[in-house]
Design a protein around this ligand. Structure first.
Ligand SMILES: [Zn+2]
Length: 418
């Protein structure tokens, strides 16, 4: 056996076992704490709500087991199981041009992976979300969304993929630098068109009508020195009862989007506090920092890929036969499939970083609106989303971008007193 095969298998087993172990811990932790609402939430959340959150969390986590196993199984089938070899040979019968062959190879692999994902996503929506009263999607909507998403992925992904494969073939040893520039341009392009072109394909956005709320929000934005090109309400209730608010776009296309479900549930003071939190992310330049870090990481990834694609052990170790090394499309495909196995154990680092940002945004909201209102808003959202108040700390450190409920509320309370 190749040494790299062994390393890959060890990483895959380690990652999969860690994921299963984290899920089991999470379920156990939530179950142990399900019979008592944590003290700081007892005035707002009933025991029935708390139990519902526990059941919902456990149902989602249990469905996650299947997803973990399907991913690991597919990965093995594609690599050591010979799936990519078979797919590559099949397309070679029809296509001679390496660029065209590479494109269909990559697209057909992603197609198979997405198809394998459909039953699980269907189960999540129409069994779990339905059972807990969150789902508002019809089956027709589910499949229309799927078709729209695939068409969009193809429309945006095909030119990018063509461009990257072409650069890999033609630009020699420093292709990875050019590909990185293409990647940056593509990402900035998608960010720029997302609010006005992509999001409206899936939801309706209407300008915020409520005059008093609007004045209130505009006052807050003036106070914080923030300019946005619009306040919008999104019909999130078409698909689900989960509530949210977010910023989108950058520069002049920046807009604030409220889910209609959020506006229906929070009072104006609470909405203002949630918005102040979001403004805090902007004031602290969190969005830009995240974009810069992700670009720096992608530069590192392209550089590593540039090295790996020249190594014959990289292909052979993953069970793939190529006519010649380097093989651009196969290297790119293997890299994307296998990389998560090697980076999963680093997840807590990005969680810590994103929590730091959440604390900073909360502190900003406490200064510019009210910590108390934000706490009330958060608790309503935990309640409405049936989010668990008692996650397993380790599970949370791997998967949650936000601090666990009690830590977050305690931090906000300390801001209140400060
Ligand atoms: Zn935040």
């Amino acid at each position: 056996m190749q040494i790299f095969t062994l390393i890959f298998l060890i990483a895959l087993i380690l990652t999969t076992l860690t994921q299963v172990w984290l899920s089991a811990r999470h379920i156990r932790h939530v179950r142990i704490h399900q019979d008592r609402v944590p003290e700081e939430f007892a005035s707002q959340i009933s025991l029935a709500d708390h139990k519902k959150a526990a059941d919902y969390t456990c149902a989602k986590t249990r469905a996650g087991y299947l997803s973990i196993l399907i991913h690991a199984g597919l990965l093995l089938a594609f690599t050591l199981g010979g799936g990519l070899n078979a797919l590559s040979e099949f397309w070679a019968n029809w296509l001679n041009d390496p660029l065209a062959h590479g494109m269909v190879l990559i697209f057909s692999t992603f197609f198979i992976m997405s198809v394998a994902e459909i039953p699980l996503s269907y189960y999540r929506t129409f069994v779990i979300e339905e059972q807990f009263g969150f789902n508002k999607m019809t089956r027709a909507m589910f499949f229309t969304d799927l078709i729209k998403q695939s068409a969009l992925g193809l429309l945006l992904g095909a030119p990018l993929l063509f461009c990257v494969l072409w650069l890999m073939e033609k630009m020699g040893g420093s292709w990875w630098l050019y590909a990185w520039f293409a990647w940056i341009a593509f990402n900035l392009f998608v960010l720029a068109i997302f609010p006005t072109w992509i999001a409206p394909l899936f939801n309706k956005f209407t300008p915020l009508e409520d005059a008093t709320l609007k004045t209130r929000i505009e006052q807050l934005m003036n106070k914080c020195g923030f300019k946005a090109s619009g306040l919008f309400v999104m019909d999130g209730s078409r698909r689900s009862n989960h509530g949210n608010a977010y910023f989108t776009g950058f520069g002049k296309t920046k807009r604030i989007v409220f889910f209609d479900t959020l506006l229906a549930r929070l009072n104006p003071a609470e909405i203002e506090a949630v918005l102040a939190h979001e403004l805090g992310h902007f004031k602290h330049r969190h969005v830009i920092k995240r974009i810069v870090i992700s670009f720096a990481m992608s530069l590192a990834f392209f550089w590593i890929l540039g090295y790996l694609m020249e190594q014959s052990w990289f292909y052979a170790g993953l069970g793939v036969e190529v006519a010649s090394v380097p093989s651009a499309a196969m290297a790119l495909l293997l890299f994307f499939l296998v990389m998560p196995v090697f980076t999963f154990l680093l997840h807590p680092i990005s969680s810590i970083y994103s929590r730091k940002h959440e604390f900073e945004a909360d502190a900003y909201a406490a200064r510019n609106a009210s910590a108390d209102d934000l706490i009330h808003a958060l608790v309503k959202l935990y309640q409405d989303n049936a989010a668990t108040l008692t996650p397993d700390p380790l599970h949370s450190a791997f998967y949650d971008s936000h601090p666990p409920a009690s830590i977050r509320v305690a931090h906000l309370q300390s801001q209140e007193q400060a």
